[in-house]
Ligand binder design. Structure first.
Ligand SMILES: Nc1ncnc2c1ncn2[C@@H]1O[C@H](COP(=O)(O)OP(=O)(O)OP(=O)(O)O)[C@@H](O)[C@H]1O
Ligand SMILES: [Mg+2]
Length: 360
């Protein structure tokens, strides 16, 4: 009987490439705990995110590759994930324990930033990632309501705020701190201080992703936020109408100025699916977000249809991906979340890939 060697198995696994990182899974260090007992082979594949969109593909390809090695009688692959820490944060406020900060932004108000932020956080949490959600919209903070935690007051531990937990997400918002709904009129410096506090004086603990729901617009406030928060990347939300698209262009430039990478564009309220017939209506015309992404050379993260379920979920405090996971809208949000996770991994792995390539 042919002796199965570690080298033979690893060589077979080198045929399996990560389609995004353009390297094989052995070179990427994804293969761990390889055990060979006679013809029985087992190992773990440790991915860069539990929400990896190519998870099944990699699992299947690895299994097939090893099965083809002479002498192998059984293969057991365990899929696992460890989210790598994002790269260089420069002069910005650092948040120990937080691996990646993702800002959800838009040029215009009311396009669904908060809805995207909440559902994005919820999907990542459902997939087993440790997720925080910071409501940086100091003017109209509505994340707590969308998570059904509008009345919760955060506890204080030492001199730090304990984030409120809802649907597996650790959350902090202005709205939790001051009773009443009156909009906050904040001047730049005060706002700066507040955001700094939300980053430093909140006990976020160990997080794979901290999602930041940004206030609308591309004014000074947004600019200084983008400069202050150590963001790994920004997700831009748009709706298909031409005006919103023009606003996204401005937002793209804003992030460019402060050297924050754009993870991609989400087109929200993109089309309508009639609940009775399932027919799709492209109310505002199709493909605006996709075209915009192509024009600016940034990834298109997906389109989310209009749906009553989405608004109702927000109003009820149960994100649609939690309350109605089988709905078209939930599936669309899930796709977006997986794309975001993929782009964060690509961004986080960039310096490492550069080093590997320049050293080769
Ligand atoms: N895909 C969707 N289908 C139906 N309703 C939606 C969808 N996305 C968002 N909404 C609804 O649209 C309204 C605005 O959404 P949301 O508050 O998320 O936008 P926003 O960009 O965060 O707004 P603001 O700029 O005020 O912060 C909410 O009532 C929300 O429930
Ligand atoms: Mg909002």
């Amino acid at each position: 009987m042919t002796q199965v060697s570690e080298q033979g198995v690893l060589d077979a696994l080198r045929q399996v490439r990560d389609p995004d990182l353009h390297k094989d899974i052995v070179a990427l260090g994804f293969v761990k705990d390889l055990r060979i007992e006679g013809g029985d082979v087992s190992f773990r594949i440790v991915l860069t995110t539990p929400a990896c969109p190519v998870r099944e593909q990699l699992q299947q390809q690895s299994e097939e590759a090893v099965r083809a090695v002479a002498g192998v009688t059984s293969v057991r692959v365990t899929m696992d994930a460890e989210v790598p820490k994002g790269r260089g944060l420069g002069e910005k406020v650092t948040v120990p324990g937080v691996r990646n900060i993702v800002a959800v932004s838009s040029g215009k108000g009311g396009v669904g930033k908060s809805t995207v932020a909440v559902n994005l956080a919820a999907v990542l949490a459902q997939d087993g990632a440790r997720v925080g959600l910071m409501d940086a919209d100091v003017y109209g903070p509505n994340v707590p309501l969308m998570l059904g935690a509008g009345k919760v007051r955060p506890e204080i531990s030492g001199n730090k705020l304990v984030p409120v937990e809802a649907h597996g997400i650790k959350m902090m918002s202005m709205a939790l701190l001051k009773p009443g709904d009156e909009p906050m009129i904040l001047r730049g410096p005060i706002l700066h201080g507040l955001v700094r506090q939300f980053l430093q004086d909140v006990l976020w603990g160990e997080l794979d992703y901290l999602i930041v729901d940004m206030p609308p617009g591309t004014g000074d406030v947004q600019l200084s936020l983008a400069q202050l928060v150590p963001v790994q990347g920004a997700v831009l939300v748009t709706t298909p109408q031409e005006v919103a698209v023009a606003d996204v262009r401005r937002a793209l430039r804003m992030f460019e100025t402060v050297a924050v990478p754009i993870l991609g564009i989400v087109e929200n309220m993109s089309y309508f699916v009639a609940p009775d017939t399932g027919t799709r209506y492209d109310i505002f015309g199709a493909g605006g977000g996709q075209k915009l992404a192509e024009a600016y050379g940034v990834p298109f993260l997906g389109a989310v249809p209009l749906g009553l379920e989405v608004r109702e979920g927000g109003d009820r405090g149960v994100p649609v991906v939690v309350g109605q996971p089988e709905s078209v809208q939930a599936k669309a949000f899930r796709h977006v979340a997986e794309e975001v996770a993929r782009q964060v991994s690509i961004e986080a792995m960039k310096p490492e890939l550069k080093i590997v390539m320049s050293g080769a």
